[in-house]
Design a protein around this ligand. Structure first.
Ligand SMILES: NC(=O)c1ccc[n+]([C@@H]2O[C@H](COP(=O)([O-])OP(=O)(O)OC[C@H]3O[C@@H](n4cnc5c(N)ncnc54)[C@H](OP(=O)(O)O)[C@@H]3O)[C@@H](O)[C@H]2O)c1
Length: 276
């Protein structure tokens, strides 16, 4: 089991990816994102999840430069946005992200959404970036089982990660099992349901029993299911709280109680029918 915030899962190409990272969606470019990333790194986080869509790659890059932790100890993810999908446009978009981040390489580059008719070409571009050594690992986001099957049918390199919406109301058990069978690491976005599950009575009771917060119990549930988490916060105390997950363990019965909260309810868009 995961024992510290710097523990890693090993992707199918041997690259080590931290189990816990900081998400920075909606963290404002400039001071806000810089402070959040630095606070996370001081609290022991080594992984940061951004995207070109978030428009804060420059701030993330600045915080990385100034944080005092060597680049090679950090794990930086960014993503190609939907309007940039396609082979050449993905290569161009990657270069723009890399420059904004001011990095020689990115640790994980993801296809943000499975844009129909485009994602296979986009994937070929990611394979090239990987073979050229510009990214250490490549993966997808918001891919359902059928998208993964489609890509794996004729790819050269199989995705190493699939980052999807996942939380107690959308536990993604079928997708998780498929990913485990195929050696693809599942990663949860919106792991705290944007804070909307923090008053749930089942989670609250379990949290009280462990003298932990509901956020900590929820994140621990993800980790014990074998899922990487990237909770977002721009608040130093909550950043610390979300990284303090390693001095307690949920029992099999508590895991089952949280699993039972699943209602297959999405908070974000449906990967089979999205509007951007
Ligand atoms: N691939 C994709 O399509 C996709 C889509 C969405 C998100 N993501 C990634 O996943 C990351 C996380 O998802 P998310 O940002 O949507 O939602 P989230 O992490 O589930 O929730 C973030 C919200 O919860 C609050 N919060 C965080 N920790 C808390 C705590 N301990 N107690 C109380 N409130 C807390 C935050 O507020 P404060 O900041 O004020 O603390 C923020 O409003 C994103 O930042 C992004 O990196 C990816």
């Amino acid at each position: 089991m995961v024992k510290s915030i710097q523990d890693t899962t090993t992707l199918h190409n041997g690259v080590k990816m931290p189990w816990v990272g900081l998400g920075v969606y909606k963290a404002e470019e400039g001071e806000e994102v810089i402070r959040a990333v630095k606070a996370a790194i001081s609290a022991g986080y080594r992984s940061i999840d951004t995207a070109s869509l978030y428009q804060n790659e420059e701030g993330v890059g600045k915080a990385i430069k100034e944080c005092g932790v060597p680049r090679e100890e950090l794990f930086i993810t960014t993503k190609v946005w939907n309007t940039d999908q396609g082979y050449d446009s993905t290569l161009t978009a990657f270069e723009e992200s890399r420059k904004k981040l001011d990095l020689d390489y990115v640790d994980l580059y993801l296809v943000h959404w499975p844009v129909k008719e485009k994602y296979k070409e986009t994937w070929r571009a990611l394979e090239k970036l990987y073979k050229d050594g510009k990214v250490k690992a490549i993966g997808v986001s918001n891919f359902q089982i059928h998208h993964l099957e489609d890509i794996m049918a004729d790819c050269e390199i199989k995705p190493m990660v699939n980052q999807v919406e996942c939380h107690p109301q959308l536990s993604q058990k079928e997708l998780l099992a498929f990913c485990k069978e195929n050696d693809i690491q599942l990663e949860a976005w919106r792991p705290l349901l944007k804070g909307e599950i923090l008053n749930d009575p089942v989670l609250t009771k379990i949290a009280e029993q462990h003298q932990k917060s509901v956020a900590q119990v929820t994140l621990r549930w993800h980790l014990q299911n074998g899922i990487v988490v990237i909770p977002k916060s721009v608040n130093e105390n909550r950043i610390k709280e979300n990284g303090a997950l390693f001095d307690f363990e949920l029992s099999p019965d508590e895991m089952r109680q949280i699993d039972a909260l699943n209602i297959n309810k999405r908070n974000g868009q449906d990967p089979d029918n999205f509007k951007f």
